[in-house]
Design a binder for this molecule. Sequence first.
Ligand code: NCD
Length: 290
Amino acid sequence: MHILSVADDMVPAARGDEASTLMAGKIMASLFFEPSTRTRLSFAAAMNRLGGRVIGFARPGGTSLQKGETLADTIRTVESYCDLIAMRHPQEGSARMAAEFAEVPVINGGDGAGHHPTQCLLDLFTIQKERGDIGDNKVALIGDLKYGRTVHSLAYALALFKADLTFIAPEQLQMPHEVVEECQEHGASISFETDLDAAIEDVDVMYVTRIQKERFPDPEEYKKVAGIYTIDTDLLRHAKSEAIVMHPLPRVYEISAEVDDTSAAAYFRQAFNGVPVRMALISLVAGVIS
Ligand code: NCD
């Protein structure tokens, strides 16, 4: 909640309406071993808006990883060039491991099918802004709940707020048991559905995710579920009039373009929120504010 409150104060600087020098003289290394648009660029925008500088790479090609260097050695080297590291890597647990090797703070920008904690913070910030409250919502997490890292992190967080959760996914892409169990231990009420139309009537927040094609061991299995759920204006007619649609993006088949012009569409505002939230997080982990 503190990070979200600091993020709120960062909004004018995130928009460029005010200038910040909180991170002046500091360098953030942005190490992206996996594709990214929003996470990488909003981290960079956040650091720039704070008056800091960014070094790094957007793909591992062109670095010594191609020569066989280990992640541990890359991290030990890079940390001597910067004050903090933001990284994304295909391996689950990679950011945690990097944090053990590094003296500087390491922020996880997504570790394989594991977690995406900074996305989770901007998702919470978005729910709070759009709905006025976090816990007092019925939230449907929709799509690839097995491989989608954003929904693993968000489910944990919403459980702490005792939100009412519905997990809508094809059987083979339902939420991993360990995530479900931990959410239940925190007191979340959870229901499971496969049919989108039947489940969205009383939902306040529809959090839609892409089927994570790149994580399927068998491409044939992906084909069976590709395009399984689509939010369109017809479907929204069955939803609550004040319900919002969120998506971490990129979208493929999950939300038709016609939804973009409705008041329900929160996903581009959500993408912007990545900047103030990451500004808050960077400043707090760097210790320039508390
Ligand atoms: C997500 C990711 O990379 O996990 N995107 C993001 O960071 N905003 C979702 C996805 O790739 O489907």
